[in-house]
Design a protein around this ligand. Structure first.
Ligand code: HEC
Length: 271
């Protein structure tokens, strides 16, 4: 995809920033997803604006959180200093902070204005960082706890987890290298099946999630809360693919190569 070239074009960011005031929540939801692909401070500011305005809408909140990593310092600062953000969303931001090891006290004003992601956002850099993990001999038993903490919300393996994402036991290629790429770079090849979609209903409400169980009359949208929702085609006014995987980037944050090797071993050896 040629998108990364566009994502930090200042004109494009300006264009995006204007849409934060769009009265249409569908447009703002789409904007929130797009901002995750930009690293400029202005993109982070726009995202915090959306957070302050829209955190109470679960679909918008999910879109904002899924784009939060490149702008995490700004997001965390806003969440800590605003009382308008629902507790559940604040908690999720805290969980992301714990996962990536972001400490609020080290985020100064100057830092939050710098394009300095809390997590390396360039996936090929992260892959290089973890390349040695593919060569290490991991311990599957130690990888289990890591899987449970970071992956089991969406993958079912070794008797734990939820089957939201693909069945990792059924992968034909379980070489460490391939598993590493799948883990670190979920947006490299997003299959249609797992793309996050935005759906606007004729009633005016907007939803988001992954499409499961299509039928002639409709489909099931597996939303951000994991709850499936049945939608009739006749009720849909508009639909749009975000081109982002439901699987977030940055799940590797805080792991060292040994721990990553353990995680890969657990995946390769479990059913
Ligand atoms: C929020 C849900 C979610 C979480 C959490 C999650 N995944 Fe995924 N994962 C998915 C989805 C959805 C896909 C399918 C990606 C696609 O094709 O767009 C996927 C795909 C993958 C793939 C590639 C599978 C293939 O078919 O090639 C691997 C490997 C993987 N995940 C590993 C992990 C690991 C390891 C973790 C924990 C560190 C993890 N995932 C956490 C949802 C998730």
């Amino acid at each position: 995809m040629s998108e990364p070239l566009l994502t930090d074009d200042p004109n494009w960011i300006e264009h995006l920033a204007k849409r934060a005031d769009d009265p249409d929540s569908f447009v703002r939801q789409q904007l929130a997803y797009s901002l995750g692909q930009a690293t400029q401070p202005k993109a982070g500011k726009t995202l915090t604006k959306l957070l302050l305005r829209d955190a109470a809408d679960p679909y918008l909140a999910a879109a904002i959180l899924s784009s939060s990593l490149p702008h995490f310092a700004a997001i965390q600062k806003t969440a800590l200093s605003s009382s308008s953000i629902p507790e559940a969303v604040g908690k999720q931001i805290q969980q992301i902070a714990t996962r990536i090891g972001a400490k609020p006290e080290i985020i100064t004003e100057a830092e939050s204005n710098k394009p300095q992601p809390a997590v390396a956002t360039n996936r090929s850099d992260v892959l290089k960082q973890f390349a040695q993990a593919a060569a290490l001999k991991g311990t599957s038993a130690d990888g289990r706890a890591i899987f449970q903490a970071r992956c089991s919300a969406c993958h079912k393996l070794g008797g734990i987890g939820n089957a939201v994402g693909p069945d990792l036991a059924a992968l034909t290629d379980k070489t460490p290298q391939t598993l590493l790429i799948g883990t670190i770079d979920p947006n490299r090849e997003v299959s249609e099946q797992y793309t996050a979609f935005l759906v606007r209903l004729k009633s005016g409400s907007t939803l988001g999630g992954m499409i499961a169980d299509e039928t002639a009359n409709g489909f099931t949208l597996r939303g951000v809360d994991g709850k499936p929702q049945t939608i009739l085609r006749a009720d849909v006014a508009e639909m749009k693919a975000t081109r982002r995987s439901l699987m977030p980037e940055g799940l590797e944050a805080g792991l060292n190569p040994n721990e990553m090797a353990n995680l890969l071993a657990f995946i390769a050896n479990s059913n």
